[in-house]
Design a protein. Structure first.
Length: 298
């Protein structure tokens, strides 16, 4: 039996070796991928700051494993060895050609490495890009070539790493997640400014998502928890602004929506008017022919 199988194994020796290398490569890549996924799941549960590094490392390791495995498999094919020799002979020209062809890809990979190392943003950070398009959302993934951002409409924005690394961006979660929201409301000139200020302070202070950012010294000195100031005199309104703080952007959004509604209801009960723009229109009536005829001559 062994004598019958031996010639077959010898005939297909290269094919078997290549198949074994490919299978082993896939198995190793799968196992490493599962290990990294477990580490990612643990980092997500514990809010680990290494989540970004682990995700980028996972993409990099997978690419390296497949690259090494398939390169080893191709090197086992006899008829490709002369081709390899000719490639080595023209390595200089090939290197230049590959360099020009892959410069954007290499640029994205290098930019991705710098993003992971310097960490201007990380996975789950809320960022806004100063690109004129108003792109903003939550960083979902950083691959070898792209950064994936999920916007607030649940769409994915795919940006090459070399582009986003050169962008001016606003990171709402960098260093400190606390955020200040402006509550801007205009009241009529006839309304009581002091009463309006008191209502705004009361509604914002009593909201459960509003936080007190005063230091212990500020509290001892009895400094106000928040300020409401007149920031402008409009065409038909006195413009008031409150500085309201929350723990993070989602809380700040909910807080702002709630207090605008509650302030409006309190204003209605207290007789404070929120004006709307008003215009006075004058019509110029042209003179009739009969009126022109009766103009006295000099």
């Amino acid at each position: 039996m062994i004598e019958q199988i031996a010639p077959i194994l010898e005939e297909y020796r290269i094919l078997i070796r290549i198949s074994v290398v490919i299978v082993v490569t896939i198995i190793v890549a799968t196992l490493v991928g599962k290990i990294i996924k477990r580490a990612l799941a643990k980092s997500t549960e514990t809010a680990d700051t290494n989540l970004t590094t682990l995700k980028f490392l996972g993409h990099s390791v997978s690419v390296i494993i497949y690259l090494v495995g398939f390169s080893l498999a191709i090197s086992m094919i006899e008829f490709l060895k002369p081709l390899a020799t000719s490639i080595v002979a023209g390595a200089g020209i090939l290197a230049i050609a590959v360099g020009f062809a892959a410069q954007q890809t290499l640029g994205n990979i290098i930019s991705g490495l710098f993003i992971v190392i310097s960490k201007p943003f990380q996975i789950n950070d809320r960022i806004s890009l100063d690109d004129g398009l108003g792109l903003r959302g939550i960083v979902e993934d950083i691959t070898l070539r792209h950064t994936v951002i999920r916007n607030f409409e649940n769409q994915r924005i795919i940006i090459p790493n070399s582009i986003i690394s050169n962008q001016v961006l606003i990171n709402s979660d960098f260093s400190d997640r606390r955020i200040c929201r402006f509550i801007d409301i205009g009241i009529s000139y006839e309304s009581d400014i002091d009463l309006a200020r008191e209502i705004m302070i009361d509604e914002i202070t009593n909201h459960p998502l509003n936080i007190d950012i005063r230091t212990e010294d500020d509290i001892k000195e009895k400094k106000p928890r928040l300020f409401v100031r007149v920031v402008g005199l409009g065409e038909s309104s006195v413009n008031l602004r409150a500085w309201a703080w929350a723990n993070d952007p989602p809380d700040a959004f909910v807080m702002r929506c709630d207090v605008i509604e509650s302030i409006k209801k309190r204003f209605d009960k207290s007789g404070i008017t929120i004006p709307f723009p008003q215009r006075t229109i004058s019509y110029l009536t042209p003179k009739s022919d009969s009126e022109e005829d009766h103009v006295p001559s000099k």
